[in-house]
Design a binder for this molecule. Structure first.
Ligand code: KIV
Length: 287
């Protein structure tokens, strides 16, 4: 997606300072991007610091993913994450962003059993968190949920392919949609989400030709993660993208070594304290 209004340089306050406030990315921009063949960019964010940086960097969509479980909360996966744990990070990212569409994940157990349950959770994400959209996992089995949310004014992003909340049924993080039958099921699930009103669909760990086929069939954008280059956009977990961890999935390219830079900063700080070269007079108050 092209940045309709250029993002301001980092840390500029904008608004009253004369820096133009960028136009918020909205659902019609997603379809416009697909029609124009402009790639949509999405990253996860879990706090105000990274939310602001990614927003200012011009990332179109910020996903407060339930991947917060394994990236930030020290869980082994997404399944333990609760709605109460999601709300503060959603609020932090939403309040820090001025341009990006902020999408809140509905965590495991907070929506599957009924459209009404999905509605109640999504309302919390919007009212208490300030999210602009929600994301939930599944295809035809959640079509009625997507329909009710959409009819109620809540934009929904679908999520197909490897859906981490179902990792115990799927047998771990495995590529989904391999073989003609599974590929067709995936495309049909995507169509069902679109017909129910979804504004975009994340495709995770899907063979590139299957993701490209879904992208061709749908008029709403597909956003890939481990789904090849035939999607309408890409999403990555920011800690993978920025090199914060020793291990990252094969599909997650490391675009920086932020973890390494942070390690060096912490080591340098500790050394300066031990050697008494910090704080200097410029960091001290004489009186
Ligand atoms: O929670 C998350 O980070 C996600 C992405 C992997 C798409 O769902």
């Amino acid at each position: 997606m092209s940045e309709q209004t250029p993002a301001p340089a980092p840390s500029q306050p904008g608004g009253s300072s004369g820096v133009p406030v960028p136009k918020r990315v909205r659902v019609h921009h997603l379809v416009q991007s697909k029609e124009r063949g402009e790639q949509i960019t999405m990253l996860t964010a879990y706090d105000a610091v990274t939310g602001r940086i990614f927003d200012e960097a011009g990332i179109d969509m910020l996903l407060v993913g339930d991947s917060i479980g394994n990236t930030m909360l020290g869980y082994s996966g997404t399944i333990p994450v609760t709605v109460d744990e999601m709300i503060p990070p959603v609020r932090a990212v939403a309040s820090a962003s001025r341009r990006a569409m902020v999408v809140a994940d509905l965590p495991f157990g907070s929506y599957e059993d009924s459209p009404q349950h999905a509605f109640a959770t999504a309302v919390r994400m919007m009212k208490e968190g300030g999210a602009h959209a929600v994301k939930l996992e599944g295809g035809r089995r959640v079509a009625a949920h997507v329909q009710l949310l959409t009819d109620s004014g809540i934009p929904v992003v679908g999520h197909l392919g490897f859906t981490p909340q179902s990792e115990n049924v799927l047998g771990g993080a495995r590529v989904q949609g391999r073989g003609d039958e599974a590929a067709e099921r995936l495309v049909q699930d995507a169509v069902a989400l679109q017909e129910a009103g979804a504004v975009a669909v994340v495709l995770e760990m899907v063979p590139a030709p299957v993701a490209a086929r879904a992208t061709e069939v749908l008029h709403i954008p597909t956003i890939g993660i481990g789904a090849g280059d035939g999607c309408d956009g890409q999403v990555l977990v920011w800690t993978d993208m920025a090199g914060m961890t020793a291990w990252a999935p094969r599909f997650a390219k490391k675009f920086g070594d932020v973890g390494g830079a942070l390690y060096t900063a912490a080591r340098t700080y500790a050394q300066a304290v031990r050697e008494r070269t910090f704080p200097g007079p410029e960091h001290s108050f004489a009186e």
